[in-house]
Design a protein around this ligand. Structure first.
Ligand SMILES: Cc1cc2nc3c(=O)[nH]c(=O)nc-3n(C[C@H](O)[C@H](O)[C@H](O)COP(=O)(O)OP(=O)(O)OC[C@H]3O[C@@H](n4cnc5c(N)ncnc54)[C@H](O)[C@@H]3O)c2cc1C
Length: 380
């Protein structure tokens, strides 16, 4: 009996599990390690914050997915990996060995290098913790579901990539008409890495939502302030009740000791077959992996698209068949919710916004999550 060990129930592994449920490889034991009963779908989280969705609309249960694939689910998290001895250590103390390993554990967000982030900020990852803390903040301010208008909060979002912009717009929608949202970009314009048209549509959406954009670096987060580094070494204090850190994915801390070859930022270096460059019995996809030959921005769309290729190559490796190379898409459709019923759709240099784009995003997201909330996938 061989053992395939899946770490994380991320976007790519969801496909592996569904594929395995349809066509398992005989003589192989399948194990899944994932720390939460419920997997949140990040694409719908801003919509939930804005009040568009209920939390249960944006999540699926891990157990039925594992059960459909006859996978043994370890409700735990990986804390160490030793690629040389092919062993994984879980937080609860269990050690698991493997013949073939696949990682899709995503990125983490600790706000490394940002003083006070760990103590005082809501960090968007893990999303499960973020969702709970945002719910608590809203309840404490008398803004829970069914409550009145509540306190006029100031929310500061640190980090102005696509997720930070969406969260700021969602918070503005949620706090309207009493509240203030500030988006701290670190110095650049919001969505700095995106083409001009998308950037200008985002700037317009932020203006329309009344979000204040501060193009300054964040120096420190305090219990009731965010300190910005102003020009000429001056410090600017932004008083706030809630600070959200969304400064981009970081690599898990347990990877450097694993012995796997990593990229310069500590993510697992993989090649065209989604295989580790140092250990052929290890595969990785999604945010935790980094394609040495085809660098792409990390996104859920990229992780989803890697799923079928990962499933195929894992099954091929188990059956001793030659692996297949896979090229991640150079461009993907990005849909960014504006919190007001509109969205911005962008594809390479092209971008447009409107209610039609939000209907499109809503349909894609609901279809994706419905496929995972409904138990057993159809037979192939
Ligand atoms: C607010 C927000 C909105 C976003 N919106 C979009 C969007 O609209 N479109 C888009 O393309 N991208 C979006 N992203 C980015 C997207 O969330 C990530 O790129 C995507 O989740 C990466 O998928 P993944 O499968 O690599 O990891 P994840 O989806 O993060 O899944 C990781 C899995 O591993 C598990 N795990 C974590 N640590 C461990 C451990 N130590 N041991 C075992 N299991 C572990 C987790 O519980 C989870 O099951 C958004 C991100 C955020 C924060």
């Amino acid at each position: 009996m061989k053992r395939l060990l899946l770490l994380g129930a991320g976007h790519a592994h969801v496909h592996v599990l569904r594929q395995w449920a349809r066509a398992p490889v005989p003589g192989v034991e399948l194990l899944l390690v994932s720390p939460y009963q419920r997997q949140m779908y990040s694409g719908m989280v801003p919509g939930w914050m804005a009040g568009r969705y209920r939390l249960e609309d944006c999540a699926f249960a891990v157990e039925p997915l594992a059960a459909a694939a006859s996978a043994h689910w370890h409700h735990d998290r990986v804390v160490a990996l030793d690629a040389a001895s092919r062993q994984v250590l879980l937080g609860g103390g269990a050690r698991l060995s493997y013949d073939l390993l696949s990682l899709d554990t995503g990125s983490v967000l600790e706000g490394r290098g940002l003083r006070g982030a760990a103590e005082h900020a809501l960090r968007v990852r893990p999303i499960e913790t973020f969702a709970q803390r945002w719910t608590d903040c809203m309840a404490a301010a008398g803004r829970g579901t069914g409550s009145g208008p509540g306190l006029a909060l100031t929310v500061v979002v640190v980090g102005a990539g696509a997720a930070g912009v969406e969260l700021a717009l969602a918070a503005a929608a949620r706090l309207r008409p009493r509240g203030r949202v500030v988006l701290v970009t670190g110095g650049t314009a919001p969505l700095d890495s995106h083409p001009l048209l998308a950037r200008s549509l985002v700037a317009r959406a932020l203006r329309r939502a009344g979000v204040t954009v501060m193009r300054l670096p964040c120096a420190e987060i305090g219990p009731d302030h965010v300190h910005l580094q102003g020009e000429d070494d001056g410090r600017i204090d932004l008083p706030c009740q809630v600070a959200i850190v969304c400064t981009g994915g970081e690599a898990p801390r347990w990877l450097p000791e694993s012995g796997l070859q990593l990229d310069g930022r500590g993510f697992i270096a993989t090649g065209p077959m989604l295989q580790s460059l140092s250990h052929p019995e290890v595969f990785a996809a999604g945010d935790v992996a980094s394609r040495a030959d085809a660098v792409r921005p990390r996104s859920g769309v990229q992780a989803v698209r890697a799923g079928p290729a990962l499933a195929d190559n894992l099954m091929r490796a188990l059956q001793g068949k030659p692996l297949r190379a896979w090229q991640p898409p150079v461009r993907t459709l990005n849909l960014l919710a504006c919190g007001d019923g509109r969205a911005i759709a962008s594809w390479g240099p092209l971008a447009a916004s409107g209610r039609w784009a939000m209907r499109w995003k809503d349909a894609i997201d609901r279809r994706f999550i419905a496929g995972l909330q409904g138990a057993t996938p159809p037979a192939a």
